[in-house]
Design a protein around this ligand. Structure first.
Ligand code: MN
Ligand code: MN
Ligand code: MN
Length: 288
């Protein structure tokens, strides 16, 4: 069985609209899909409406990917099966939206100080329905002729160490996990190897995640070797976590992951998907 518990739509930084992503999942024979856009559930809501409308077979889980802080760095926690209408989720989403807006405002004012007025409105317009960020400031600067191309925008104004390199004030790891749990969801530590931590530091992060109430570790994220997966399974065993899997699909790319992963054989860890793969469960597919 193919499933995917981590992917993105145009509601955050993915390239496929929610309906197109769901059609892709259906055509790929994916049995269980969680849409996990960054700090937003609009993509899930649109996909769910499409699923009902077309009576698709793929089972769809509400999901979200929260950015948060741990030990001075940014980590991502996926929430699976959250209740889209729960106030705790709404609180989390509002907090993250505010953090993102503050960051955009700060980037715009730094650009204004260098003579580029109207950057915020310009970036918002470039972003349209998707989540605005630095690439949209870059696109606006190109359109206005402030720079030749987006590369120049990043090299001179938006890239690392440049005026537009503004960090977001994310919530703490414990806070993000707390929102997910309160909203009836299952917290998953996303792509643990992507943070490029030493083995000792990754153990500390996993320990902190488990202590905060985290449930599962993504033992398979995008493209990964068997050795990497085995190491993550051992880490999960040590902290009594479950396993989750997902492509982290954003867009079609020759070297990027495709939507959907083959369900790993039952191993040492319980699969987080077992909650939703058997009988119809309350909360999935809106069948409460
Ligand atoms: Mn992303
Ligand atoms: Mn991520
Ligand atoms: Mn992701």
């Amino acid at each position: 069985m193919r499933i995917d518990l981590h992917c993105h739509t145009t509601a955050s930084d993915g390239a496929l609209a929610p309906a197109a992503l769901l059609d892709r999942a259906e055509a790929s024979g994916i049995g269980l899909l969680a849409i996990t856009d960054h700090d937003c559930i609009d993509g899930y809501l649109a996909a769910d409406a499409h699923r009902r409308d077309r009576q698709l077979a793929v089972r769809l889980l509400p999901g979200v990917e929260f950015s948060c802080r741990w030990s001075g760095m940014t980590v991502h926690v996926v929430g699976l099966g959250v209740d889209p209408a729960h106030p705790a989720l709404a609180e989390g989403l509002a907090t993250l939206a505010l953090a993102r807006r503050r960051r955009l405002g700060k980037i715009a004012s730094r650009l204004a100080a260098r003579g580029f007025d109207g950057a915020l409105d310009g970036a918002l317009e470039e972003a349209g329905d998707s989540q605005p960020g630095r690439p949209h400031f870059a696109a606006w600067m190109v359109r206005r002729g402030h720079v030749r191309d987006e590369q120049e925008a990043f090299d001179r104004y938006l890239g690392q160490g440049r005026p537009g390199d503004v960090k977001c004030f994310w919530p703490e790891l414990e806070t993000a996990v707390g929102w997910i749990v309160a909203a009836g969801g299952v917290p998953v530590l996303a792509h643990p190897l992507k943070y490029r931590l030493t083995r000792a530091r990754l153990r500390r992060l996993t320990a902190a995640f488990a202590a905060a109430g985290g449930t599962a570790l993504e033992i398979l994220s995008g493209r990964q070797t068997r050795d990497q997966q085995a190491a993550l399974v051992r880490l999960g065993e040590e902290f009594r976590l479950e396993a989750s899997v997902g492509s982290d699909f954003h867009r079609d790319h020759p070297y990027g992951p495709r939507l959907g992963v083959e369900l790993p054989p039952p191993g040492a860890l319980r699969g987080v998907w077992e909650r939703w793969c058997g009988e119809r469960q309350p909360g999935v597919d809106g069948q409460t």
